[in-house]
Design a protein around this ligand. Sequence first.
Ligand SMILES: [Zn+2]
Length: 171
Amino acid sequence: MPYPAYHLGVSSFFGLALRRFLDLPVLLLVNIPIDIEVLFADKWPEYHRHWHFHTLLVGGLIGAIVGLLVFHIKPVLRFITIATNKLRIPYKPKRWKMVLSGVLGVWLHITLDAIYHYDVQLFWPLKARHLQRPLWRIVTAQQEEYACIALFIAAIVLYVYAVRSYNKKKR
Ligand SMILES: [Zn+2]
């Protein structure tokens, strides 16, 4: 996707909608290391841009590692806890929830990218022809962008609900 904002909207939506099972901060954070690859690959030809991080295998591993690191690096965890408190989102860090969220967060990211970009190879290193780009343009780029914007707006509504339940708990 051309703008990280699209990813953040979709991740926020799922993170807030499935707050009980998923870790919102990790879902948001994993978008960064995954797209760092694209930044570094900027000078490569276009078809070579989305590479190993944008695969279910390597991306999933990176997501799991990010989830673990966020849980175990105490200053990071403290920062996230303070931030969620300031934003009035109920939050309780749990290790396996964070690992799961790291993996699913990356898979969500690369699924969106695989629809949008021709060069994402989700199933690398598998070489079967029907696995090469099964999602590419199953909807048009514009439809996907509209869907991301819709989910972003839905995320704002979910955020309001999260704040309400935070306030109820604090009372
Ligand atoms: Zn990406």
